[in-house]
Design a protein around this ligand. Sequence first.
Ligand SMILES: [Zn+2]
Length: 314
Amino acid sequence: MKQIILVAIALLCITCKETTVAQSSASSTTAADVGSIMNFLASDELNGRDTGSEGLEKAAKYIESAFKESGITPYFETYLDTFDAKGTETYNVVGYLKGTDPELSKEFVIVGAHFDHIGQGKDVNGDVIANGANDNAAGSTAVISLAKHFAKTKNNKRSVLFVLFGAEERGLLGSKHLAKVLKEKNLDLYTMVNFEMIGVPLNDKAYKAYITGFEASNMAKKINEYVGSELIGFLPKAKEFQLFRRSDNYPFYKEFGVPCQTISTFDFTNYDYYHHVDDEVSQMNFEFMAELINDCVPAITSILNTPTKEIKLN
Ligand SMILES: [Zn+2]
């Protein structure tokens, strides 16, 4: 009898695993999907997506319609979470996917990236548009792609906020604003995964991406456990340059005191066009980006579905 039960359970696990894998592969992101988002967000038409610019507005509209089409609803009254960036009105774009579990849906996970950039850069052969392909149309593409994936699979017991932050380049102003607002609302934030500059692969590393604040929590260890491979590693330079404090994860870490960290593949040696007019789509590796985004799916799926909050600060 016990044996029959064991076989039944095993079969059940295989089927639900097959279903989850089938769901995941059915909605995995392709290089072409990545390309279509990147070619718009980092186009000359958006003029470097500076805070307060028409280009940023076009980017926000594009993200709103991507959310609407895939069934991601606004968290606030609209998708736009408006705030003042030192005299310029701007916004975060905030999408919401309610969790499927009556209890766990009260807990939130934030998947984020900033979508603004600096607008103009130093003139190079008459080109003054800082397209911001790697910084950070690449991270924005990861958030939009993951939003589409989970909206399709609905494989999330916990609730998720997909956030594209504004005014990061002006001092993390969008994330500072939203972290305060959500703290005042007493949001039960479990953890935050932020994406920054994931457009090109790391050189000669045993892992595919690094995480900032590696030593602050067990997030890297847990992600690798969930994925079943060494996806995430430690980059000494990230610690040396205190990248943990330099992106939109930090204000949430400060406000909520929970693990909030950034995934990146920029290692100061593999990309010459940081805040440069040549930070163009043509420099990006869409295949690699799609691979990394798909690799993150089982990690984020586990983060959204484990019965307890396994990721903790050290
Ligand atoms: Zn950036």
